[in-house]
Design a protein around this ligand. Sequence first.
Ligand code: KIV
Length: 305
Amino acid sequence: MSATPQTHVPKDLSGRLPVTLPQLAEKKRLGEQIVMVTAYDYPSAQVAEEAGVDIVLVGDSGAMTVLGYPSTVPVSVEEMLMLCAAARRGLTTPLLVGDLPFGSYESSDEQAVITAQRFVKEAGCDAVKLERGGTSAQRARAIVDSGVAVMGHVGLTPQTATSLGGHRAQGRTADRALQVARDAIALEEAGCFAVVFEAIPAAVGDVLMRLLNVPVIGIGAGAATDGQVLVFHDLLGIYDGHVPRFVKRYAEIKAQMVAGVAEYAADVRAGAFPGQEHSYTIDPDELALFEARLVQGGVVRTGRG
Ligand code: KIV
C-alpha cells in the first residue's frame, strides 16, 4: 500500500458542457451508470461539479440535513427555492433537479405547474422532482405539458411516509410491489424523463427495470438501476441523524469539522491565534502619526493611556 497522501487537484472544468436529458437516455441505452447526488448550497454544488456527477438534486432531504427540521414535510417552497438558487450558482455541468416540497403540487394541476415553473424561473432548475404515482402522475403530466422536465420518485416516498407505515422499505409483498410498479409506469407514461426508486428490495428493482424505458436512479433499490443517488450529508458523514441501511459512508467530514473548530477555539483561548502571519501591517511612521492625531484631534485625551 502506498503511503502517499492524497492531494486535491483542482479539475479544469472549462471543457465540460451541461448534461442534457438525451445524454441521460443515451447513458441508459449504453449501460453507463448515471451518478446523482444531492446538494443544497453553493459549496456542496461546487463539490458535486468538481467530482463530475451527472445530476444534482436539491432534495427536500435538505429540510433535515441543512435546515434542521425533523422530516422533509415542513420545508416550504420559498426555502427550497433559496437552496436551489444557491446550488445553481455553484453548478455548470450537472443537470439541476429541484424537489417540489410536500403541499406544493398535490392540490391541482394548476398549483403543480405554478410551483414547478417557479423552480425553473426563480431558482434556475433544469427539472423538478415529485413523489408518488396516482394523482402525482397526473400532476407530472401537467408540469411536463407546461414545458418543465419532471423526475418521478416511487417506493419509499418520505413526504407521505406516515401513510406508508414509516420510513421503511416498500414493495416487500406482491401487492405492494405491484403498487410500486403501477406508480413507476404511471410516471413514465406521464412523461417523466427519469424515475427514482427508493428503498425497495433489489429483486423487485430487477423486475421493475424490465418495465421502464426511462432512466431509473436507485437509492436502496439494488444494483440493477441505471444510476444511483445518495444524500450528500449521508455519504460524506456530515449528517448524524438516522442513517438508512442503503447509505455508504465515503468520509467522516463532521468529525473533521468538529476537530477543526475545536482546535481553533483552543488556539483562540490560548492566545495562539491570530499569529503575525494573520495580521496586517502599517508603516511605523503612519502609526506614530495616527496616535498623535488621535490626541490632536481630541479623539482621545492625553493621560488615558
Ligand atoms: O430528498 C432527497 O434527497 C431525495 C433523494 C433521496 C432521492 O428525494
